[in-house]
Design a protein around this ligand. Structure first.
Ligand SMILES: NC(=O)c1ccc[n+]([C@@H]2O[C@H](COP(=O)([O-])OP(=O)(O)OC[C@H]3O[C@@H](n4cnc5c(N)ncnc54)[C@H](OP(=O)(O)O)[C@@H]3O)[C@@H](O)[C@H]2O)c1
Length: 327
């Protein structure tokens, strides 16, 4: 497995990581044993980067606890990233943000306890909170780093102004945002990341599972699966996206690879500062996805991909009103 350095503070991770979100939310009910097996398989195959969040356990810690159990035997070999920034003070998720310093400190202590670790490797602000100056957020994470509770600072779905202001207080090692063959808006921030020496983590790198050839029409997923309401799955967009994935599938077959491997290998060609964190509950699919790190895409392959999806997929990445606005 190839490794990449993210940012200027020494953070090093495997080129393909593992995202735990789908184990407890977003894609219908999960299976704990299967999740543990998937995370263990990732480690066996060289993954050293695991991504979770307070949000993925809806404030209960369920996702972080599961990850903590999975990495118990090899915690020192891996980088654990988690995130703060939502308000769970009512005991449930309302979508409200909360990056007040006292909340950040409390979330850090909870995450340490849930994960069963003595430090968090990467601590991200999950969403920019317009009610809390980013300097205060960065200053709070800086204190956590000085206290030894956190190693590196990350931002998720932040824009240029926020990144610059945060970086001036506490160097940002990594930005995490959605990035895939279906979602390319974030490329406009890459020059800023390069200028400031910040790494990039691509989330939902398989377009929430669409760029794998397994997408079903909206309505055919479990009722709790967010893809039922995802614009890319709605009639009009769905058929066009399926067609694009079928064309990618033809290229993948020609390369003796799979569509998901082409999608993940493509991301790795987009810059030395880029890694991805695909999620899967299946050990077999984890293995498939990790195979992308060994797939070479030629200039000719990249030209074919560009011709199939020159600007991303069809349909917005979140339902109306939910697409994060970058400041
Ligand atoms: N910062 C943020 O705001 C944010 C937002 C979203 C996600 N994330 C992070 O990014 C990670 C990954 O994102 P994601 O889970 O949304 O999307 P993703 O990795 O693009 O796709 C996950 C979906 O693809 C399916 N899948 C994975 N590999 C497959 C394969 N080889 N063949 C067929 N299907 C496959 C999975 O199903 P199975 O489980 O059934 O295999 C799952 O439904 C998350 O776990 C989370 O850590 C961060």
């Amino acid at each position: 497995m190839q490794h990449r350095t993210l940012g200027g503070q020494g953070l090093e991770v495997s080129a393909i990581g593992y995202g735990t979100m789908g184990l407890t939310m977003a894609y219908g009910p999960g299976d704990e044993q299967q999740g543990l097996a998937a995370m263990g398989r990732a480690h066996e195959l060289g993954v050293t980067h695991y991504d979770t969040a307070e949000l993925y356990g809806m404030g209960t810690g369920s996702n972080e606890k599961l990850l903590g159990r999975a990495v118990k035997g090899f915690r020192d070999e891996v980088v654990i990233a988690t995130k703060f920034g939502f308000d769970f003070s009512t005991g449930r998720f309302t979508g409200a943000l909360d990056s007040r310093p006292a909340t950040i400190r409390a979330v850090a202590d909870n995450s340490l306890r849930y994960l069963g670790v003595d430090h968090i490797d990467v601590f991200y602000q999950h969403r920019v909170d317009p009610d809390v100056p980013i300097e205060d957020v960065a200053g709070t994470v800086k204190e956590l780093i000085e206290a030894g509770k956190v190693r590196y600072f990350g931002l998720s779905e932040a824009g240029e102004r926020t990144i610059r202001k945060a970086h001036a207080v506490q160097p940002v090692s990594v930005l995490q945002s959605e990035y895939s063959l279906f979602e390319r808006d974030v490329e406009r921030l890459f020059p800023v990341l390069e200028e400031l020496g910040i790494g990039f983590v691509a989330y939902s790198p398989l377009g929430r599972g669409f760029i794998t050839g397994t997408a079903k029409p909206a309505g055919q997923y479990d009722a709790s699966d967010m893809r039922n309401g995802d614009p890319r799955w709605q009639p009009g967009n769905f058929e066009k996206n399926v067609q694009a994935v079928e064309r990618l599938g033809a290229l993948a077959a020609f390369k003796s690879a799979t569509v998901s491997q082409v999608a993940l290998a493509w991301l790795l060609t987009r810059g030395e500062h880029i890694v991805s964190i695909p999620g899967s509950r299946s050990p077999g699919r984890v293995e498939e996805n990790i195979g992308a790190a060994d797939l070479d895409l030629t200039e000719a392959d990249l030209a074919v991909i560009d011709e199939i999806l020159p600007r991303g997929g069809f349909g917005a990445r979140y339902a109306q009103g939910q697409v994060p606005t970058w400041d």
